[in-house]
Design a protein around this ligand. Structure first.
Ligand code: BGC
Length: 385
């Protein structure tokens, strides 16, 4: 919420280098003429809410490709080679828009206005009391019935050499119960170092809670029919926020030391997962990152020895929701028809803590008029033999 002026200028600058993309044609590219040339291309991808949806493909110099839909701003695939040079997709996603219109649990999507839960869908700012849509039992989850993941975003592409997609959405005053017209910009960049950068900025005309994140489900093996339980994970966090049976934080900031929640040294995700109580059980918690300020810091490292892939997570955010796909139960199928089962993939959602608007001890998530919201998260992929 700080640095208001700096980021107003940044938003203005972003706007000036982007080209609006309302027609369904190929856009900026660099390099040789082939389907894997570096740059960014666009194809029509159907309609939702009577608006045209587009699918963008960002390709870097190495031929690594990330596809992003303007429906929900969702990362639909991230194809990169494994240690044997064989390319595969490391995120859950669908080949067509219909998969997303069937409401999968936020596959790859941009999540907002408030990522994760707000207890009973209620909060107050000063003397004003607000009631949000309750779409997760008695709680509000990921922005409500029609959060940012179910909206068609406007798109523009950058004219410089690094493939960059700017998505914009205006969330109206009262949408899902939230106060204020909120203008949101999300900038996706795929670098030649195989980093997917996601930069969020927003401004409001009334005080509102805000917590933007990306809900990609990773399986570094590239095979969603295997679980992620043999992936190793390190999270640079000495504490986490315990939850009640409805996954609302109790307010306690609890040490991970000596518990299944201790990922301070890399360990297999499956090692202690059986100790995490709950129905259906498994990790679905917010880690309190050790970083002390809003600078960009490495907060997690995920690796898979079979594919040789490693994914590092850098963020400016104070929290990380590590979710092991516990509610995936085989009902949803991949585009190839394979059931997506429990633990088929995991999320590392960089964020503020769940239910912060009702938790006075958590860092504030209230954005006020005149302030500029800004956060940056980088997922950096590498491969080793
Ligand atoms: C939440 C889970 C939820 C999942 C899909 C995660 O961010 O923490 O509880 O099931 O999103 O909605």
């Amino acid at each position: 919420m700080k640095h208001a002026l700096r980021f107003s200028l940044a938003i203005a600058a972003i706007g000036s280098i982007f080209t609006s993309c309302n027609n369904a044609t190929t856009t900026a590219t660099t390099g040789k003429d082939s389907s894997t040339k570096a740059g960014i291309t666009k194809v029509p991808w159907g309609t939702a809410d009577n608006k045209e949806v587009s699918l963008f493909t960002l390709t870097n110099d190495k031929g690594v490709q990330v596809k992003i839909s303007t429906y929900g701003g969702a990362v639909t695939s991230w194809v990169s080679p494994d240690k044997n040079g064989k390319p595969s997709n490391i995120v859950l996603g669908f080949d067509s828009l219909s998969g997303y219109l069937a409401k999968p649990p936020y596959f790859g999507a941009l999540v907002g206005r408030y990522g994760n839960r707000i207890a009973k869908g209620k909060f107050s700012i000063d003397t004003a009391h607000y009631t949000l849509a309750t779409n997760n039992g008695t709680n509000h989850l990921h922005g409500g019935n029609k959060g940012f993941d179910k909206q068609v975003w406007d798109a523009a592409v950058s004219s410089d050499n690094t493939p960059t997609l700017l998505l914009s959405y205006v969330s109206k005053d009262g949408e899902e119960g939230y106060p204020g017209n909120l203008k949101v910009n999300v900038r996706y960049t795929l670098t030649n170092d195989d980093e997917l950068k996601i930069e969020y900025s927003a401004a409001t005309d009334k005080a509102t809670p805000i917590n933007l994140t990306n809900h990609s489900y990773f399986n570094l093996s590239g095979d969603p029919t295997t679980t992620i339980l043999n992936h190793k994970l390190m999270i640079d966090a000495d504490n986490y926020t315990p939850v009640d049976t409805t996954l609302i934080p109790t307010g306690e900031i609890k040490a991970v030391k000596g518990s299944a929640f201790d990922f301070t040294t890399a360990k297999k995700i499956g090692r202690d997962i059986g100790q995490v109580a709950g129905n259906p059980g498994g990790y679905d918690h917010n880690w309190v990152l050790n970083k002390k300020d809003t600078s960009l810091s490495k907060v997690a490292v995920l690796s898979d020895s079979i594919s040789g892939r490693t994914l590092e997570v850098y963020t400016t955010q104070p929290g990380l929701q590590f979710y092991t796909g516990n509610f995936l139960d085989g009902t949803i199928k991949t585009s190839a028809g394979q059931p997506i089962n429990k633990n088929a993939a995991l999320c590392m959602e960089t964020q503020h803590f769940p239910d912060s608007p009702n938790q006075p001890k958590f860092p504030t998530t209230i954005l006020k008029p005149g302030q500029q919201y800004h956060s940056l998260t980088v997922y950096k992929l590498s491969v080793s033999k």
